[in-house]
Unconditional design. Sequence first.
Length: 213
Amino acid sequence: MTTFIETPRFPEDTQYNTAGGPVFSVDIVRVQSGREFRKVNRDIALHRYNVNHVKTVTGFENILDYVMMLGGPEIGFRFKDWSDYKSCSIDATPAFDDQVIGTGDGSTATFQLTKTYQPAGASISRVRDINKPVAATIAIGVGGVQSTGSNWTLATDTGGVTFATGAIPTTGQSVTWGGEFDVPVRIDAQEFIPNYQTCNILNFNLPLVEIIP
């Protein structure tokens, strides 16, 4: 049974009206002294979104086709988060050395694409696995030099980069990447109930939740 489709990606032209982003899970207990105790339930953020508006009947029909094809929450799919879909800043062009994903040791051939979130001057950071890279945009670097595509293969369904024999990064060489990525999600509702706000303008609530591999 199909549980995830890599293509087509969720319609992009509707997502400018989408609200959503990372959701954290931290239990907070405040004792009588006023002090807090915080317990982290998971070390990664779970992204949630709500698609709620299209401007044309055609746009709505595209959404309806997609929802019906998926069977609601049954099948996962790729979603482009316009607020965070690049290895670099949103207004910049991705480069092969945007993100460091490891250091060669002469034997490790596979590296996981990741994105590190660390404001300038911060002493801590958080790393996010990138599981759904957009293949045509991905560039890989080894030792500060862009690696040719014949030296590596990309698993677009997991975000793993595997170097070919003879191209495995040697000891001390940094491995980097740049490009675009999607978020694996599913519909987080059993129903889809649109309504006409005005003539030919349809509103609806379509909640989406990230699928953590």
